[in-house]
Design a protein around this ligand. Structure first.
Ligand SMILES: Cc1cc2nc3c(=O)[nH]c(=O)nc-3n(C[C@H](O)[C@H](O)[C@H](O)COP(=O)(O)OP(=O)(O)OC[C@H]3O[C@@H](n4cnc5c(N)ncnc54)[C@H](O)[C@@H]3O)c2cc1C
Length: 467
């Protein structure tokens, strides 16, 4: 069993700083160093978040109003999906606290009534009836400004070292110490936050990943000033599907962050660039665009030996649904909680890795349904993603069988592991694809609850938020 007195975080992107923030709060007596290379920049994307970022900031006593001002944030009420099920159709994944209202919520009951009485409960009315107001929200952030903000916030409470040169000493797949510009950093635990470079992870040969096959594997991205007629301020992230992937629009206070994902097996980078430029109707040129390719595999054990990988170094699925930062937030908090007793051994790491796996598998399943349930077959990309021969994890098929019979609900989602998405989120997406739920055998004691809720739905004015 190793005693924990010091932690070194290597890398100062979103993952590095959020980890520093969480660990500073959860482990007040532990010495924390964050070491940042001057030669490598942050990736510069990652601007759509989930409500858990706000929760972490509040928990760590960050002044939210000040944060929002300095980090150029706007409110994100959810994600608007255009052209995913069919070209011209749309649906909506809002943030809501509805999931706290019971095992079966309005979202469940509406779907059941749609099954029994589709004329009076049309699927098209689901979003406006079930989500008449959006009672929760997240933030769109400027990722670089968030790193600067957290740096200023933590500069008195963590040791910050900016360096040019470094070398790493390891013994038996364990980091012994890191030397940065001649200064030795020797810590009990190291957190690899070096993004896709995976500097520490590779040093200890932590290379076992899952074999998940992503739906897209490359993205173009850019920043667009307001002013062009095509740039509008919207209170949500827009995910707009196209023939080879999808484009995102993330409005910040002073500019828009936008990107275009694609799959290199079906589309060349040149073709994706042409689509992206056309998509913005003259608001961007080819010269404004950066490109990145990525793998969608994740480490089976993000914590191995005395190195914990958090951020892109641990893995990534894809930008859809903003699961990257959400995963960092969970990882940093779990690490803080796991280490509260200030010692660790293999079983501590095993417990942590188990939680990470269940989270990332939920992400993979959730992302996969967005593609596999689509009715699109207009391109080779969509025909492949929707084909019954396209390999999807058997867990997902089982899950959809279960959800067809019983809908995703609190009783069929184990409570002792972290999930990335709650049951109402699953329902919102499945409903967007007109998923054919069976008529549900609702426990009799819940029927009166359903009737009351549906009466409320009848009385409510539909939402006036324009999709
Ligand atoms: C195209 C794309 C879009 C994304 N969009 C979203 C989104 O909207 N929402 C979301 O939640 N997530 C998103 N993600 C995932 C992820 O949340 C973001 O990319 C996030 O900004 C990554 O943060 P990071 O700290 O892991 O990596 P980085 O920002 O890349 O930081 C890496 C750090 O490591 C250092 N470093 C790198 N290489 C080396 C080296 N060789 N030696 C020493 N130091 C090094 C750098 O200096 C930097 O400090 C997206 C990812 C991609 C690829």
């Amino acid at each position: 069993m190793s005693k924990l007195n010091s932690i070194c975080i290597f890398g100062g992107g979103s993952a590095g700083w959020l980890t520093a923030l969480a660990l500073r709060t959860y482990l007040p007596e532990v010495h924390i160093t964050i070491a940042i290379s001057k030669k490598h920049s942050n990736i510069g994307v990652g601007e759509s978040t989930q409500p858990d970022l706000l929760d972490l900031l509040a928990h760590c006593n960050v002044d939210i109003q000040d944060f929002c001002k300095q980090v150029d944030t706007t409110q994100k009420k959810g994600i608007y999906y255009a052209n995913w099920n069919t070209i011209g159709s749309n649906f909506w994944h809002p943030f809501t606290s509805l999931t706290e209202t019971g095992t079966y919520t309005r979202a469940h009951h509406y779907n059941i009534m749609h099954k029994r009485d589709p004329k009076n409960y049309p699927i098209e009315d689901y979003y406006t009836r079930v989500h008449p107001n959006y009672d929760d929200y997240a933030l769109h952030i400027d990722a670089d400004k968030m790193a600067t903000y957290l740096r200023n916030h933590l500069h008195n409470s963590v040791q910050i070292i900016d360096f040019d040169q470094y070398s790493i000493q390891s013994i038996n797949n364990k980091i012994d110490y890191i030397t940065v510009d001649g200064v030795e950093i020797k810590s009990d635990l190291y957190v690899d936050c070096t993004g896709f470079s995976k500097v520490l992870v590779d040093t200890i040969d932590n290379n076992e990943t899952d074999n998940y096959e992503g739906n897209v594997n490359a993205a173009l991205f850019t920043r667009i000033p307001y002013g062009h007629p095509r740039t509008t301020r919207i209170p949500h992230t827009k995910a707009d599907a196209w023939g080879n992937g999808w484009c995102w629009t993330i409005p910040l206070t002073t500019r828009i962050g936008s990107g275009c994902t694609y799959n290199t097996n079906f589309c060349s980078t040149d073709d994706a660039i042409d689509h992206f430029v056309e998509y913005w109707e003259g608001a961007i040129t080819k010269d404004d665009i950066s490109a990145v390719e990525f793998s969608s595999k994740s480490l089976l054990n993000p914590w191995k030996s005395n190195v914990v990988a958090i951020g892109l170094s641990a893995g990534f699925v894809e930008p859809l649904e903003a699961t990257g930062i959400s995963w960092f937030v969970l990882s940093a908090q779990m690490l803080g909680i796991t280490l509260r007793n200030r010692y660790f051994d293999d079983s501590t790491a095993m417990l942590y890795n188990g939680s990470m796996r269940s989270f990332i598998e939920d992400v993979q399943d959730f992302i996969d349904v967005h593609y596999m349930l689509s009715d699109r077959n207009d391109t080779q990309f969509w025909r492949y993603q929707t084909s019954v021969n396209r390999h999807r994890h058997p867990r997902l098929h089982k899950r959809l069988e279960l959800y067809k019979k019983h809908m995703p609900n609190k009783n069929n989602r184990q409570g002792n592991v972290p999930w990335a998405f709650n049951d109402v989120s699953w329902l919102d997406i499945l409903t967007g694809y007109h998923f054919d739920f069976d008529d549900q055998d609702i426990p009799s004691h819940l029927i009166s609850e359903m009737n009351t809720e549906l009466k409320e739905v009848e009385l409510m004015e539909p939402s006036n938020v324009v999709l």
